[in-house]
Design a protein around this ligand. Structure first.
Ligand code: NIG
Ligand code: FE
Length: 414
């Protein structure tokens, strides 16, 4: 058994002494923490924590001790929304946008998701795995301890299954906790433009049975949006996903509010993600549900589209989750601390709200509440130790610089 003790922690952040699954509304401003604290880990689990005064360890044999004077300890971030398996970057579209084209215009001329799908077609499983592996290594260093990864750049039976098999291998080999989301309904492939139904049939009748038999996904996603999938089509794909044991987690309201939120609520989605464009009715419907509203501020930052109305959501009593949306088109970054900075600066979320949104609420949005998202006895020892920093708020304040010194995953220093 391996034992680890972190002592003299200046502040141990997001401690949980009684079970909670998420924090909502005004409660999001409360971030429970202990100053001058210790934390004990055995194997891959947190086994105790408290104030330094209360530290009593009877058996010191074989305990590795880290002195964290002046440093803060956080539970790892959960990044509940990424597309980090992809074949190639798309900086040419970045330049197109600088020259005045919009995301939608670029998509119409064959760029966007279809461009990524074309590139993925000719890329081997091995190359996809190796590139994604490097991205995972990078996000670990900025504090991510659990990550959701979507398919959706295959858009053919072979392509989608290839992506999902890569994600399954990443799951097996990475020390990050990984969830797989099947996003076959990400865009309509060009050859099905005039026969959308046929592509949806392919998703349901050709892809899903293999996904079920090989255990390739946890979640099912649809890009419910004007020019992509309608709410009715979304509903159909989600129901077929549910029938093979997948839980919906979907893209809605990025550019238009067309009923995606209602399709998500109806199908008991774990989360509805994006929410840049929100009608009052969307908010009222979410209030009556258990669906986690998930916001992706680095997508707004990168595309120059409106920021989601985070303040309105929280002030209406809703919980909010933050994620990166790491993908080659709208967010080429998996940096959670930067997401926190953007949330504070552009959403006007407080640092405490941003940390709740990226830890406990993000664990909820990944179905990982029992094991991740807070410092609690029995939860997985996925955490990080900061450099010597002055306070919790310093992390989002010091945007663009990495405040993290040591990353611990499954109880081991990485
Ligand atoms: O979440 N909105 C849909 N999908 C991705 C973008 C994918 C792409 O442009 O490649 C997103 O932003
Ligand atoms: Fe996305």
């Amino acid at each position: 058994m391996s034992k680890l003790l972190i002592k003299n922690i200046k502040e141990l952040v997001q401690v949980e002494t009684e079970v909670k699954t998420k924090v909502a509304g005004a409660d999001m401003k409360n971030l429970p923490s202990i100053k001058n604290a210790w934390l004990a880990v055995e194997d891959d689990l947190i086994v105790g924590f408290g104030e330094m005064d209360s530290l009593e360890i009877t058996d010191w044999v074989g305990v590795e001790i880290i002195d964290s004077s002046g440093q803060l300890v956080f539970p790892s971030f959960c990044d509940s929304h990424t597309h980090l398996v992809f074949a190639a970057s798309r900086e040419e579209e970045f330049v197109d946008r600088i020259n005045g084209l919009t995301y939608e215009e670029i998509a119409k001329k064959g760029g966007g998701i279809l461009n990524s799908a074309k590139k993925l077609q000719g890329t081997s499983e091995e190359d996809l795995f190796n590139d994604a592996w490097k991205r995972l290594e990078e996000i670990k260093q900025t504090g991510t301890g659990a990550v959701e990864i979507k398919s959706g750049y295959g858009l053919s039976v072979e392509g989608e299954l290839k992506m999902l098999r890569v994600i399954k291998k990443l799951k097996a080999e990475s020390d990050l906790t990984i969830k797989a989301n099947f996003l076959g309904a990400h865009a309509i492939p060009t050859q099905y433009k005039d026969n959308r139904k046929e592509y949806i049939n392919l998703i349901i009748n050709e892809m899903m049975p293999v996904i079920e038999s090989e255990g390739l996904a946890d979640y099912v996603d649809v890009f419910c949006e004007t020019n992509y999938y309608t709410p009715d089509e979304t509903d159909r794909v989600l129901q077929a996903g549910i029938a093979i044991g997948l839980t919906p987690k979907i893209h809605v309201n990025q550019f238009t509010s067309i009923g995606g939120i209602q399709a998500g609520i109806k199908n008991k989605a774990l989360s509805v993600d994006h929410l840049e464009v929100m009608e009052e009715q969307d908010i009222q419907d979410l209030i009556k549900s258990d669906v986690m509203p998930t916001l992706l501020p680095s997508c707004s930052f990168f595309l120059g589209i409106p920021y989601a109305p985070a303040r309105r959501l929280i002030d209406s009593g809703l919980p909010v989750c933050l994620a990166t949306d790491f993908n080659p088109g709208s967010t080429p970054s998996g940096n959670m601390p930067f997401v926190l900075s953007l949330a504070c600066i552009n959403y006007k979320m407080t640092p405490e709200e941003a940390i709740n949104a990226s830890t406990i609420n993000a664990a909820y949005a990944m179905g990982l509440n029992d094991t991740h998202g807070s410092i609690a006895v029995g939860k997985k020892a996925n955490l990080f130790i900061t450099k010597e920093i002055s306070s919790v708020a310093f992390m989002p304040y010091s945007f663009g610089s990495n405040s993290i010194e040591t990353v611990i995953l499954n109880g081991k220093i990485t």
